[in-house]
Design a protein around this ligand. Structure first.
Ligand code: GTP
Length: 193
């Protein structure tokens, strides 16, 4: 059986950053996307990027880019679905997602999610402050259910994962999930390096 495909979620609108791609901002002299890619690649069997709009802006990264199929910015679940559809074409049974704006996520994300998802192949990461809905293990087998839920208007990640009894992978450190949403967050991330 193939190991999970890694899917970096970068399909949002970055309104709090003033638009554009948060992941192409530089942190410590390196684009955040490169940091996320370097962290996810050793943990997965290949990595793709979920992003919307013209994909040529990611040409330097030599990575397949998949856009949302649900129109109108339906939130991270829309990126999960795009990742699952691509994973199905490649013959993977699962994907692991990581948000493109979260440069310090755990290096043991995949093994902990696989452990937490042993029962039904679905798990979310969590830290002391709560669930981390963009860091998860997702089974390709549920993609039609997810598509139907999105078509019905569901947007909240946890509502869907709870319905399917997702496991939880507990991580001890909130800082690992620090995400860069605003210019101030970017400054803070510089101090965290
Ligand atoms: N594919 C996809 N991903 C999304 C969408 N909205 C948010 N995301 C992703 O979900 C994660 C968390 O997103 P947020 O920080 O809540 O939203 P954002 O668009 O990045 O930023 P804000 O507009 O400032 O809230 C990021 O990895 C986003 O790229 C969407 O409509 N489609």
């Amino acid at each position: 059986m193939k190991q999970p495909l890694g899917v970096i979620l970068a399909g949002g609108q970055a309104t709090r950053m003033g638009g554009g791609d948060k992941c192409l901002l530089t942190l410590g002299g390196m684009p955040i996307l490169k940091r996320v890619l370097d962290r996810l690649e050793p943990q997965t069997d290949g990595v793709i990027l979920n992003a919307n709009g013209d994909a040529t802006r990611f040409a330097d990264y030599n990575i397949a880019v998949v856009a949302d199929s649900i129109t109108g910015f339906a939130g991270p679940l829309s990126g999960v679905l795009a990742g699952l559809d691509h994973a199905a074409q490649l013959g993977h049974t699962h994907i692991i997602t990581a948000a493109a704006d979260t440069p310090f996520f755990p290096c043991d994300l995949t093994p902990q999610l696989l452990l937490a998802g042993e029962t039904n192949g679905l798990a979310l990461a969590a830290s002391p402050s709560g669930r981390q809905p963009t860091f998860g293990l997702w089974p390709v087998a549920l993609r039609d259910d997810l598509r139907a839920a999105l078509d019905d208007g569901l947007r909240k990640v946890v509502m869907w994962t709870q319905k399917h009894n997702a496991g939880t992978a507990e991580f001890p450190d909130d800082a690992a999930f620090f995400n860069v949403n605003t210019p101030e967050d970017l400054q803070k991330a510089e101090t965290m390096l």
